[in-house]
Design a protein around this ligand. Structure first.
Ligand code: SAH
Length: 218
């Protein structure tokens, strides 16, 4: 395979995408810088969509899944209030684009994907791009108890409810962003575990995600 290429044209398109996200209300400069740096075109396999890699839209990826829309990636990252060094659990690795944004923000990322072909392909892709993240093939409902607790948890598929086992893996003072809802549209919930261990839930609006599936990893 050829070495991944990222040229001035791609960089220019990313700068434009960052301005689009700014206009849509993204304010976290570190998140915007990460979106401005991660080569999203290298996370899209279907050449039919390559020319649209820097449009603010979702695209199909293998196994019937989607690479999240840049606005969604930015908002989920912003809501998490990420700091370099945070241990972050991601459920739904997919293409690895959100994983790469988290890694660019200096987080130590642990990401779980239930589709084996996606897990394998993304592991290879991140390695080729020199992006460090610990990837796992498994069921995100179980989280990663061996790596817990996490400072932050991000779920990138629509869950029917907030999974109890993920809440258990959130550090006191930690935050989770998770789209919750069984239909085509979910509510983005920000779940905060306060110093007493109580959970505070905030509704951050409507988003669309592929579903978080309950059966075992495939
Ligand atoms: N962040 C990814 C989003 C991919 S779509 C990106 O930007 O590319 C959501 C992903 O969640 C899909 O790859 C899907 O296979 C995965 N998923 C769904 N249910 C899951 C589960 N229970 N455990 C782990 N991954 C799951």
């Amino acid at each position: 395979m050829n070495a991944p290429s990222d040229n001035y044209r791609h960089q220019g398109l990313r700068r434009r995408l960052v301005e689009v996200l700014r206009k849509r209300g993204v304010i976290d400069e570190a998140v915007l810088a990460a979106i401005g740096s991660v080569p999203r075109h290298l996370f899209i396999d279907d050449t039919a969509f390559l020319s649209m890699a820097y449009e603010d839209t979702a695209f199909p990826i293998p196994c019937g899944q989607t690479i999240s829309q840049p606005y969604t990636v930015a908002i989920q990252s912003e809501l998490l209030g990420l700091m370099p060094g945070h241990r972050v659990l991601e459920v739904g690795t997919g293409s690895g684009y959100q994983t790469a944004v988290l890694a660019h923000l200096g987080c130590k990322v642990f990401s779980v994907e239930r589709h084996k072909p996606l897990y394998l392909q993304t592991k290879d892709r991140l390695a080729r791009l020199g992006i460090r993240a610990a990837l796992f093939h498994g069921d995100g409902y179980a989280g990663l108890p061996k790596e817990a607790p996490f400072d932050r948890i991000i779920v990138t598929c629509g869950a029917p409810e907030v999974p109890e086992r993920l809440v258990e893996q959130l550090r006191t003072g930690g935050r989770m962003v998770i789209p919750v809802g069984e239909g085509e549209v979910q509510r983005m919930l920000l779940v905060h575990r306060d110093q007493q261990g109580a959970l505070i839930r905030l509704d951050k609006g409507a988003f669309r995600f592929v579903p978080m599936l309950k059966d075992k990893a495939v």
